[in-house]
Design a protein around this ligand. Structure first.
Ligand code: F0G
Length: 355
């Protein structure tokens, strides 16, 4: 049978009722791609897999949470869904709201949304509002507006979002036949690390995996509140998806890291961009800057000599690469070697490519 989307595939593990209307774009079932060159770089027989969430219907992992949040919002009789977003949540909310025939309002930090994501929110028909402030300001507004009659908040402060996103762990365990030894991922508002840990714990309790992975999260240095231990008032990073100073799921992230024996650390913008380029050029997997934070983290730990204390010989590592590279073409082009130009003559092209 062909894939039916995460609600039908994992119905018994999700808080849906038989009468819940299922709003789906057949999200999930994303590939777990082996990364042989990355594995070789790390050495010691470590095996790395990429959970390529950019292949979801709107190009990021947010679709997993949105199918749940939108289905429940519709069931509860909402007429408007509302979210703050650094871009991907708004794209997913807008698409799923369209499927549900609900009005969608997205609050976006002005001028800090990548072009691909903005294009999506606009094309799917959301009411997009540019907020003169950052994501944290927008989320504060959403909390205030959420109590308006008929409004449903579809940020990850909505527990249905976390429930949907935990299915990433289910798919990984189903594919590997076990849990990985470590799971690396970027951390912004911290919903995803919370969700993955929930998913791993649930399948562990059900006996579908006998072990649990260490959860290893990476924030961008200019937006690293959890690493620093306090909110960041003016977060900055080229990885706009994780430009967040006061994560809503801070406690969930802390619990995941502590209870799994994992860790949280930071990577610089330069490390993020170089990991993004490396992954595209070496493994053929193009992700947006934020999505490369986990890869940048692995390289950082390799270079600092920290890796052996985290990953044993022969360890299996999954890195969630959260969003598609085409989400942010401007940053990609700015940080690539660029094109060369020449006359439309065979010998000119041959001369150029030989150097
Ligand atoms: N990677 C991408 C591509 C994201 O869009 C986000 C978050 C994250 C990682 C971090 O995940 O917030 O669960 O820790 N994007 C949100 C948004 C904030 O509005 O699209 P998180």
């Amino acid at each position: 049978m062909s894939w039916r989307g995460i609600i039908e595939e994992f119905r018994e593990h999700l808080p849906v009722r038989p009468e819940t209307p299922v709003i789906t774009l057949l999200e999930g079932n994303t590939p777990l791609i082996p990364a042989p060159k990355l594995s070789k770089q790390l050495g010691r027989d470590i095996q790395v897999f990429l959970k390529y969430e950019g292949l979801n219907p709107t190009g990021s992992f947010k679709d997993r949470g949105m199918t749940m949040a939108m289905s429940v919002a519709l069931e509860k009789g909402a007429h408007t869904v509302l979210c703050a977003s650094t871009g991907n949540t708004s794209a997913a909310a807008a698409a799923y709201a369209t499927r549900a025939n609900l009005r969608c309002v997205v609050l976006l930090p002005e001028n800090k949304i990548s072009k691909g994501k903005l294009a999506q929110a606009l094309m799917y028909g959301a009411k997009a509002v540019a907020i003169q402030g950052n994501f944290d300001d927008a989320l504060r507004l959403v909390r205030e507006l959420g109590s308006e009659p008929g409004f449903a908040v579809v940020n990850s402060i909505n527990p249905d979002r976390i429930q949907g996103q935990k299915t990433g762990s289910f798919e990984i365990i189903n594919t590997l036949g076990r849990a990985p030894d470590a799971h690396y991922l970027p951390v912004g508002n911290a919903g995803n690390i919370t969700a993955y840990w929930l998913g791993y714990q649930e399948f562990h309790q059900l006996g579908k995996a006998t072990t649990l992975p260490k959860m290893v999260g990476f924030q961008a240095s200019g937006s690293a509140p959890i690493v620093r231990g306090h909110p960041i008032e003016h977060p900055e990073t080229v990885a706009t998806a994780i430009r967040i100073g006061n994560p809503a799921s801070w406690d969930g992230a802390t619990a995941a890291i502590r209870d799994s024996g994992g860790l949280v650390d930071e990577v610089t913008d330069a490390e993020i961009l170089s990991a993004q380029r490396w992954l595209a050029a070496q493994e053929g997997v193009f992700v947006e800057p934020a999505s490369a934070a986990g890869i940048a983290g692995l390289f950082k730990q390799l270079c600092s000599g920290q890796l052996p204390s985290i990953l044993a010989e022969g360890a299996t590592v999954v890195v969630t690469v959260t969003g598609h590279g085409l989400k942010d073409p401007d940053t990609a082009i700015e940080n690539s070697p660029g094109m060369v130009s020449c006359w439309a003559r065979r010998e000119d092209v041959l001369r150029l490519i030989s150097t």
